[in-house]
Write a protein that binds this ligand. Structure first.
Ligand code: NDP
Length: 459
């Protein structure tokens, strides 16, 4: 059931440009060429250089190794890895298509059919929210196999890491090209497309907002959550198993990384219906950014800490482990609390309690593309009165804990933190530009009341 509703505002739908300048094209060219290299570079650093991120470069410049020797250490493309990857991918497609049973069984879990926001062309799309069920089935089967059936070794991922990496990079690129072709020849909602005149920019940043196969198979929701995020905890378990195989025990740092990442992943699926209202679904178009990002970048770069710990096992002191456990858990609780406050506020149209008091807000207005004036509210109490993006701050503290959990002075475990810092600061600035264009003066009033973005008195 797809409704045609009133068109949403175009004025403020400025996440993806409609005109690609020279700077835009150079920017995406840079991303497309550097990120795949980074994925393989980090693989090499961990697999061949003991987790020392700069060693390949030092060796190259000191003349100890030439470029061909380094390149010869890259993993090979493997048909077997393609086979494993394809099985996983197809299994996730199957799980994605299943109706959600979990929301009948688990109280408060919001699974089943939910509707996304109104798209700029006026569509409200239904989504089958069943990510928690898919995650549970996938992870439970992996554990059952590891402990009981033993059809395959649970270290299968880390044992075939290089080949799987190739499979993910190649598939991510193919998906991006196919999505671009589909956007031209068989768009799902033609009026929700954006073309800039630059083929490269359009392939990378996407043309279609919500490409679908049939009425329900939404490519963006599928690729974002499964196969990448559902695999995240399985990849981490594979690392833990490998540690056990190599050293006969699993370090507390590995357990901490598994626990902290696990919290984040389960939270994502528990709140999948909320995710429909985030920038990813509302504003980003589907292109290489998602194809490569979800297939290759997310599963391999977000799990770098576990991979690092396989070859650098580190046992934290009890006090360090406890401190990181506490800080990581608190950052997660804060992350959830910030996001839930805005969600509760929006759902109740401002009629709710935040931290035990009636929510305060700044009334705001915006114009839709049809010239209609609409009202909105900007929350100024709770976390949203402390700074404008405390959800990003909490996310960053969590990312720092993942690195600290590895208890090492090496850079690789902290890469995710640095990456997320750049991503979220950039996202914060982009979002604020969009909000300013949308809400005008009201946004200025809001920013003069809530002055800081991520850290009070600093930024
Ligand atoms: P937000 O959930 O912060 O949403 C921003 C939007 O909320 C704005 O565009 C505006 O939309 C609305 N808004 C902003 N301020 C207010 C206010 N004071 N009152 C009411 N509404 C307001 O951002 P994201 O969608 O980017 O992030 C969602 C979560 O996902 C975050 O916790 C983030 O940390 C996480 N994330 C994680 C990533 C990762 O790779 N680990 C990547 C990206 C995000 P409107 O037009 O509706 O008013």
């Amino acid at each position: 059931m797809i409704h045609n509703a009133k068109p949403a505002p175009r004025l403020w739908n400025s996440w993806r440009t409609s005109h690609a300048s020279w700077g835009h094209v150079m920017g995406v060219l840079f991303i497309v060429t550097t990120t795949p290299v980074m994925v393989f570079y980090f693989f090499l650093s961990i697999d061949q250089y003991g987790g020392k991120a700069l060693d390949p470069i030092f060796n190259l410049f000191s003349g100890e190794e030439d470029i061909w020797l380094i390149v010869s250490k890259l993993p090979r493309v493997s048909l077997y890895a393609f086979y494993i990857g394809s099985l996983w991918f197809m299994f996730q497609v199957f799980l994605f298509m299943l109706p959600d049973i979990l929301h009948y069984i688990v109280p408060k879990y919001k699974g089943g059919i939910h509707f996304g926001p109104v798209t700029p062309a006026g569509h409200i799309l239904p989504y089958n929210i069943n990510g928690l069920q898919a995650w549970f089935i996938s992870n439970a089967l992996f554990l059952l196999n590891g402990f009981y059936f033993e059809f395959f070794t649970p270290t299968i991922i880390v044992d075939n890491f290089g080949g799987l990496l190739w499979a993910a990079v190649i598939t991510g690129n193919i998906i991006a090209i196919l999505a671009y072709i589909k956007a031209i020849v068989a768009p799902t909602h033609a009026k929700d497309r954006k073309f800039t005149g630059s083929v490269l920019y359009d392939i990378v940043m996407g043309v279609e907002l919500n490409p679908r196969f049939g009425k329900m198979f939404d490519l963006k929701l599928f690729l974002n959550g499964r196969p990448g995020i559902a695999a995240w905890t399985i990849i981490n378990m594979s690392y833990a198993w490998k540690q056990y195989e190599l050293y006969g025990h699993v370090t507390n740092s590995m357990l901490l990384v598994n626990y902290l990442h696990g919290l984040y992943v389960v939270d994502f699926f528990w709140n999948e219906a909320w995710y429909l209202h985030t920038i990813d679904i509302c504003h980003d178009h589907f292109g290489w950014y998602y194809g490569f990002g979800d297939m290759a970048w997310l599963p391999w770069m977000y799990t770098l800490q576990g991979h690092f710990l396989v070859y650098n096992p580190n046992q934290l002191s009890q006090i360090s482990a406890l401190l990181i456990f506490t800080l990581g858990t608190c950052s997660y609780l804060m992350f959830r609390s910030v996001n839930s406050q805005k969600d509760k506020f929006k759902q109740s149209d401002g009629n709710c309690l935040i931290w035990g008091k009636k929510a305060t807000y700044i009334p705001a207005e915006y114009l839709t593309s049809s010239g209609e004036r609409k009202g909105s509210k900007l929350l100024t109490s709770g976390w949203w009165g402390v700074a404008r993006h405390m959800n990003y701050t909490a996310d960053l503290v969590g990312a720092l804990c993942y690195g600290l959990a590895c208890g090492s002075k090496e850079f690789i475990p902290f890469f995710y933190f640095v990456f997320l810092l750049i991503l979220l600061v950039h996202r914060c600035l982009r979002d604020e530009d969009r909000c300013k264009a949308k809400y005008g003066k009201s946004w200025n009033v809001y920013t003069s009341k809530v002055k800081y973005r991520l850290i009070p008195y600093l930024f």
